[in-house]
Design a protein around this ligand. Structure first.
Ligand code: NDP
Length: 301
């Protein structure tokens, strides 16, 4: 039996509709949520992502702005811009698009973004809150999107064996931290695998929920998947394909055709995790805006 597809496009559209409702409510209270994206340099893939983020934020009724800086921008100039955005009350969310040019240290930039405006969820304060289980921080958008996919597809994570392949700070580690939390979309028994893992397949074959965030095209094959498992493919890889006019196609870290024969549910690439990342970025920005109102009324009260 072929696995059921988890439709990330449809679930992301639902979240974007929910966000638009919240944006309208905040706007009525005098706060238009604002997201500022900073792009340094002219990497074409980054320019595409940034354009999509601005478009999605404007479509949701927010104020979306992109600041484009030349690749020659110094770290000091970028930090000065971040400080200015930190102080600007019309800016609720700040996102500095990665990767940055090599002469700029990404960790230094991330640490300069106010944790209250860090809608990417990369600041150490927000990472710490995620680990502790506090819900007043921001969670990295891609793993937060995966949890939404699971919850909204009716996947019960409680007590499940969840195996995350990949331990990056933006996907693998926060993914594991979310799955282990004692709340909806959590309570799983989590294993994290990486390039030093011995016998990867022995781990993936135990997984009721398998999450691939590796960056290796079609590396997880059907024989590495437990029959009936839920498979979430975070990977986005561009591979050569002579049958396409462009000569390339996008594929995940999971070999879809063999996996779909074994899994019970699976995300496609494209149309799975990808659309969720922007939807969760918008939701984080709305939360950031809502919290300014909460802080203002707490200060008055
Ligand atoms: P990274 O390259 O930062 O991390 C990849 C991880 O995979 C590392 O932890 C690495 O291990 C592990 N790994 C690499 N090779 C193997 C192997 N042979 N066996 C086991 N583990 C291995 O990637 P990201 O986490 O940033 O991204 C992962 C994928 O997700 C990429 O395809 C990326 O394009 C995609 N992505 C998609 C997004 C979306 O919106 N859909 C958003 C972000 C990422 P080690 O740590 O030991 O090196």
């Amino acid at each position: 039996m072929r696995a059921e597809l988890i439709d990330g496009k449809a679930i992301a559209a639902t979240i974007r509709d929910e966000v638009a409702v919240e944006v309208a409510a905040l706007t009525a209270r005098g706060v238009v949520p604002g997201l500022t994206v900073v792009l340094v340099g002219d990497d074409p893939a980054s320019a595409t992502y940034v354009g999509a983020k601005e478009k999605a934020s404007v479509a949701a009724g927010m104020h979306g702005e992109t600041i484009r800086l030349p690749a020659t921008t110094t770290q000091a100039e970028l930090l000065a811009l971040v400080e200015r955005l930190n102080a600007d009350p019309a800016v609720h969310g700040i996102l500095v698009q990665m990767p940055l040019p090599r002469h700029i240290d990404p960790d230094t930039v991330i640490r300069h973004i106010s944790p209250d405006k860090d809608v990417d969820g990369f600041h150490p304060v927000n990472v710490g809150k995620l680990l502790i289980g506090h819900t007043d921080g921001f969670v990295s958008c891609t793993p937060a999107g995966v949890i939404e996919l699971l919850v909204r597809s009716g996947v019960d994570t409680r007590g499940a064996e969840a195996v995350v392949v990949g331990r990056s700070n933006i996907v693998g580690k926060p993914m594991a931290a979310l799955l282990v939390q004692g709340r909806a979309g959590g309570d799983a028994t989590v294993t994290v695998c990486h390039s030093r893992t011995r016998d990867l397949a022995a781990h993936t074959r135990r997984a009721d929920i398998l999450i691939a965030a590796i960056g290796r095209a079609e590396m997880i094959t059907g024989d590495m998947i437990k029959p009936g498992a839920v498979v979430i493919d975070v990977g986005m890889n561009s591979v050569a394909d002579a049958s396409r006019a462009s000569g390339r196609r996008l594929c995940g870290d999971v070999h879809f055709e063999s996996a779909v024969q074994v899994a019970s549910k699976i995300t496609p690439v494209p149309g799975g995790v990808g659309p969720m990342t922007i939807a969760l970025l918008l939701r984080n920005t709305v939360q950031a805006a809502a919290r300014t109102l909460e802080r203002a009324s707490a200060a008055v009260g």
